[in-house]
Design a protein around this ligand. Sequence first.
Ligand code: ADP
Ligand code: 5GP
Length: 190
Amino acid sequence: MKQGKVIIISAPSGCGKSTIIGALMERGNVDLEFSVSATNRAPRAGERDGVNYHFLTDRQFRDKIAQGAFVEYEEVYPGRFYGTLSSELDERCRAGHNVILDIDVKGGVNVKRMLGDEAISIFIMPPSVEELRRRLEGRATDSADAIAERVGKAEYEISFAPEFDKVVVNDDLSQAISETEALIIGFVNA
Ligand code: ADP
Ligand code: 5GP
């Protein structure tokens, strides 16, 4: 059986990763399974354990690190850890499914380095940092401080875009979804 591939979607927070991934999975034009990351941050309203994230305590997260359970993990914000579990990738790829990852920019660069041709890395670019701020405010899931933290980090993260295989500008959402889908279909069928 053909081994499944890994699709890495990275961008600064608020650029539309989750929206684009959700739309691609809903369209169902390509076989994609979502890699549920582990995090020690608290769930937001509406988020479900095991669906959006595996929500762990600080202690549980540290234990997973010690057990070598992560392909990669990052302290994306001070004290807040996020990691990709090997268990989310291995079995599914072996069974021939493609796995899609929503991970931060550094994690995206690292996983691509590890997996080489088995993965495609796609950077979702905001039309501008100002528009990114408006979207985070519109999403209304983060405090003013958290929004300032995320916007502050965005400019630094955008400087990593040239390290990705492909860059998609998320200005018009439906166009960004179609562009991302076309890149993924081209990659998994290659
Ligand atoms: P991320 O997963 O990268 O943090 P989200 O997918 O949560 O980002 O998107 C952040 C906010 O921006 C959401 O409220 C989403 O509905 C909105 N959004 C995403 N793409 C667009 C777009 N092209 N135009 C306008 N709003 C968008
Ligand atoms: P949020 O708190 O908004 O859900 O996510 C914050 C950031 O953490 C986003 O950039 C998201 O892509 C990233 N992230 C989520 N899961 C992982 C992961 O497993 N590894 C890494 N490195 N980053 C992740």
